[in-house]
Write a protein that binds this ligand. Structure first.
Ligand SMILES: *Cc1c(COP(=O)(O)O)cnc(C)c1O
Length: 237
C-alpha cells in the first residue's frame, strides 16, 4: 500500500467524522450517538487496518467470498465486523461465527437459517431487518406493510436478536427526495419501537452512505455505512 492511500484515508476519516458530528449536533444529538461503519468491499485489508488504527470501530463487507478471503487479515481486536450485503441462505454457515451483526435480513427463511446455525454454535446473532423503503422491484428488503409480521416471526427464533432496521433507498436526483425516504424510514422505526414487540429491540437505524449520510443523520439515522468517501472510488477490475 502506498503512503498516499494511507494519507487519503486519514484525511477522509477526519473529514467524515467532522461531518457526522455536525449532522448529529444539528439533529439534537452527539457525535457518539452515531455509529460510523466503513463499507470495505474491494478495499485491501492493509488499508482497512490503517483506518482501524485511526479509531474506526465498525466495518462491513457485502460479499461472503470476499469476507472469507480477507478475514484472517483484518485487525478485529477492537473493531466489529458486520455483514451488510445480500446474504444467500446457503452461505450463512460460512460467516455466522465470524460476524457480530448481519444487517440485511429480509425473510423468515434467511432468519431461520441464521438462527439454526447460531444455535449450533451456542451463540445468538444480532441482526437488522432490511426494509425496501422505496418499494423498488428486484431490490432486497421487506415492504413496510409486512415488517411487523416478519419481526414477530423472527423474534421467536432462539438464535437471533433483532437490533433494528436498515435500508438502502432508491438513487435520487436531489437531497430533498432522498431525505423524504430517510424521513419515512425513521417514522417506521419509531412506530415499530413504540409497539414494543417481544424480543425485538429497535436500537439501530442504519441508513445513509457516502453521498447522503449527512441527510440520513438529520432524519434520524444512528448508523451510517460509508465506503467511497473514506477509501476513494471503487475499482472493480
Ligand atoms: C457499498 C455499500 C455502502 C457504501 O457505499 P458508498 O456509496 O461507497 O459509501 C453502504 N451500504 C452497503 C450495503 C453497501 O454495499
Amino acid at each position: 500500500m502506498t503512503e498516499k492511500s494511507f494519507r487519503d484515508v486519514e484525511y477522509n476519516y477526519k473529514f467524515i467524522n467532522e461531518r457526522i458530528a455536525e449532522a448529529a449536533e444539528k439533529s439534537g444529538r452527539k457525535r457518539e450517538d452515531i455509529t460510523f461503519l466503513a463499507a470495505t468491499k474491494t478495499v485491501d485489508p492493509a488499508v482497512i487496518n490503517h483506518a482501524i488504527s485511526l479509531g474506526l470501530d465498525h466495518i462491513g463487507e457485502n460479499r461472503v467470498q470476499e469476507l472469507l478471503s480477507k478475514y484472517e487479515a483484518y485487525d478485529l481486536s477492537r473493531c466489529s465486523l458486520q455483514f451488510i450485503g445480500h446474504l444467500q441462505t446457503n452461505k450463512v454457515r460460512q460467516i455466522v461465527d465470524k460476524v457480530d451483526l448481519i444487517q440485511s435480513v429480509d425473510s423468515v427463511k434467511l432468519a431461520r437459517e441464521i438462527s439454526n446455525q447460531s444455535v449450533k454454535r451456542g451463540k445468538k446473532t444480532d441482526i437488522l431487518v432490511e426494509v425496501n423503503i422505496g418499494r423498488e422491484e428486484n431490490k432486497s428488503g421487506v415492504f413496510e406493510e409486512n415488517l411487523e409480521e416478519l419481526l414477530c416471526q423472527i423474534a421467536e427464533l432462539e438464535g437471533i436478536s433483532v437490533k433494528g432496521l436498515m435500508t438502502i433507498p432508491p438513487i435520487c436526483e436531489n437531497e430533498h427526495k432522498i431525505s423524504k425516504y430517510f424521513y419515512n424510514m425513521h417514522k417506521l422505526f419509531i412506530d415499530i419501537s413504540e409497539k414494543k414487540l417481544d424480543n425485538v429491540s429497535m436500537n439501530i437505524l442504519s441508513m445513509g452512505m457516502s453521498a447522503d449520510f449527512y441527510e440520513a443523520i438529520l432524519e434520524g439515522a444512528n448508523m451510517v455505512r460509508i465506503g467511497s468517501a473514506l477509501f476513494g472510488a471503487r475499482n472493480y477490475t
